[in-house]
Ligand binder design. Structure first.
Ligand SMILES: N[C@H](CCC[C@H](N)C(=O)O)C(=O)O
Length: 279
C-alpha cells in the first residue's frame, strides 16, 4: 500500500485569486520542469489537475524569485497578475516578510501584503504603443480599427478591451475565440468586455488567450482600468467586478497596482508515472 506520509514525485500547490486558478511549482534550487506538453496535461481538468495558468517559481539573482507562466493550452503567458499575487503571498510566508520582489518576462515587479490581508502587486506601467502590445501594424491603440471600437493595452501581455453598455449581455463563449485570434494581434490577445456601473466601478468579463473564459483576470483588470481612464470614463482608482469577485486597481506614478484576495487550497504530488508520460 502507498505510504501517504512519504509521497514521491513532484510537489505542486493549488492556488487561486478570485477563482482564477493555478498550479504552482516551486523549482527554486533546481532546474525548470514545465514543458508545453506537461502544462497541457496538468491543465486537463479530467486527466490532470486543472488550472487557468501554471506558475513556476525559479531562482533569480536580481530579485527574491522569478516566475514563469503557462496557459492551460500549453502556451506561455508574459504576465499573470492573480498568480503573481498568490505566489508572492506564499513567498512572503516562506521568507517571513511583508513584501517581495520578483522578475517575470515583463521585468521586475513588487508585491506586498496589506494589513487587511489582501495582496497587492505593482504590475508596472501599461504598454500603450502599438508595437509594444504588440499589434501587427501602426494604429491608434485607443481606438482600434475593429468593430466595437476596442482599446489595446499591454500589461506584459496583450489585451483588447471593449466598453459595452452591459457586459452581462455579451455572448462571451460565442465571440471570445474570434477576438482572441484577430490578425491585428500577432501574438493573439486576451479579451475584455467592461461596462461602467458607477463612477469608479466596472463590471468585467474576460476571455483569456490560451485559457478561455476565466472567473477573474488580474492583468485584464489592469488593462481595463487603464483603458477606462484613457477614454475619460474613470479616474485612476477603480474596482473591477468579475465573475469570481472584485479587484481594486490603482494606476499610480510608479505603475498599475492591483489588490485582492489570494487562496492556497491544497498541495499534491504529481506521480512519477504522470511525469514520465509527458516529457
Ligand atoms: N489570469 C492572468 C492572465 C493570464 C493571461 C494569459 N491568458 C495570457 O496568455 O496572456 C492574470 O491574472 O493576469
Amino acid at each position: 500500500m502507498m505510504d501517504m506520509r512519504a509521497p514521491s514525485g513532484l510537489r505542486f500547490m493549488k492556488m487561486h485569486g478570485l477563482g482564477n486558478d493555478f498550479v504552482v511549482i516551486d523549482s527554486r534550487g533546481g532546474g525548470a520542469v514545465t514543458t508545453p506538453a506537461l502544462a497541457r496535461a496538468l491543465g486537463d481538468r479530467n486527466r490532470g489537475v486543472g488550472f487557468d495558468q501554471l506558475a513556476e517559481i525559479r531562482d533569480s539573482d536580481k530579485a527574491d524569485f522569478a516566475l514563469d507562466f503557462w496557459n492551460s493550452d500549453g502556451s506561455r503567458a508574459g504576465a499573470c497578475g492573480n498568480a503573481t499575487r498568490c505566489v508572492s503571498d506564499y513567498m512572503m510566508t516562506v521568507l517571513g516578510r511583508g513584501a517581495v520582489s520578483l522578475v517575470t518576462a515583463r521585468g521586475a515587479l513588487a508585491a506586498l501584503r496589506r494589513d487587511d490581508g489582501l495582496v497587492s502587486v505593482n504590475m508596472g506601467q501599461p504598454q500603450t504603443d502599438w508595437a509594444d502590445v504588440p499589434l501587427a501594424r501602426a494604429v491608434d491603440t485607443l481606438h482600434l480599427p475593429l468593430p466595437g471600437d476596442p482599446v489595446a493595452v499591454g500589461m506584459g501581455n496583450p489585451h483588447c478591451v471593449f466598453f459595452v453598455p452591459d457586459a452581462e449581455a455579451v455572448d462571451l463563449a460565442g465571440v471570445g475565440r474570434g477576438h482572441e485570434v484577430d490578425p491585428l494581434f500577432p501574438q493573439a490577445t486576451n479579451v475584455e468586455f467592461a461596462s461602467l456601473t458607477a463612477p469608479d466601478r466596472l463590471r468585467l468579463r474576460v476571455w483569456e488567450r490560451g485559457a478561455g473564459i476565466t472567473l477573474a483576470c488580474g492583468s485584464g483588470a489592469c488593462a481595463v482600468a487603464v483603458a477606462a481612464h484613457q477614454r475619460g470614463l474613470t479616474g485612476r482608482r477603480v474596482v473591477l467586478d468579475m465573475d469570481g469577485g472584485a479587484l481594486e486597481i490603482d494606476w499610480r506614478d510608479d505603475g498599475v497596482w492591483m489588490t485582492g484576495p489570494v487562496a492556497h487550497v491544497f498541495d499534491g504530488w504529481l506521480t512519477p508515472a504522470f511525469l514520465a508520460a509527458y516529457p
